[in-house]
Ligand binder design. Structure first.
Ligand code: C5P
Length: 222
């Protein structure tokens, strides 16, 4: 049986990585979180005090870093040059700067190259913003996952509370909307639904229901 490429794109906090991970596990495919790669570079830029608007310096920094993943139970560990950054790349300082870093076309060129290598000949579920449009335009399955800003902010709010992080719902809503705006309005591969992607609205669906919908799309393609 041919191993497929499955691309899952969509706005911030739509639940892409949660469902992508489950689908990958069930199919025995590799899961690749491309957002984590942009976050890892942003984290390293903060560490090394590289200006997020300085494209040549970011590219130089990126060429010096190895970004790798290691599967673990329910999450996936992320490493920059062998140092674990799984938690660090989810902190607000990184989240609030990552869209600026990801807007640079030369940064994207280098990361897209690495993402294509990870995808190899298939057997991959990759999530991000431009997977169906730019990274894997020939992916057999393309999903565009959306949910209302309210619902996404509420999910993030609950998750944060469980982790003991206090952020107001209003702040979360604003941060999510800001990031979506920046990601959709940049000139280099902006967030947009690929023509051949299937739209899945996860508002008021739970995780198993979203996974089920995606599996139905996969079935139709096989
Ligand atoms: O998916 P996640 O929210 O972790 O992505 C963080 C940021 O990385 C996005 O807001 C976007 O700016 C950038 N990104 C991107 N292209 C991708 C994945 C993420 O520009 N394929």
């Amino acid at each position: 049986e041919k191993k497929m490429m499955i691309a899952i794109d969509g706005p911030a906090s739509a639940g892409k990585s949660t469902v992508a991970k489950i689908v990958a596990k069930d199919l025995g495919y590799v899961y690749c979180d491309t957002g984590a790669m942009y976050r890892a570079l942003t984290y390293q830029a903060l560490q090394q005090k590289v200006d997020p608007t300085d494209e040549p310096s970011l590219v130089k920094l990126l060429k010096e870093i190895d970004i790798s993943f290691e599967p673990s139970d329910d999450t996936q560990k992320v490493f920059v040059n062998q140092k674990e950054v799984t938690e660090a790349i989810r902190q607000p300082d990184v989240t609030n700067l990552v869209s600026a870093v990801a807007a640079h076309s030369e940064v994207r060129k280098e990361l897209v190259k690495r993402q294509k290598e990870i995808a190899g000949q298939g057997g991959v579920v990759m999530d991000g913003r431009d997977i169906g449009t730019a990274v894997l335009p020939n992916a057999e399955v393309k999903i565009f996952l959306v949910a209302s800003v309210e619902e996404r902010a509420e999910r993030r709010h609950k998750e944060n509370q469980q982790k003991g992080i206090e952020t107001s719902l209003e702040t979360l809503k604003k941060e999510i909307a800001d990031r979506d705006y920046k990601d959709s309005h940049r000139s280099a591969s902006p967030l947009t639904q690929a023509k051949d992607a299937v739209l899945v609205d996860t508002t008021s669906l739970d995780i198993p229901q979203v996974v089920q919908k995606i599996k139905e799309v996969i079935q139709e393609k096989t």
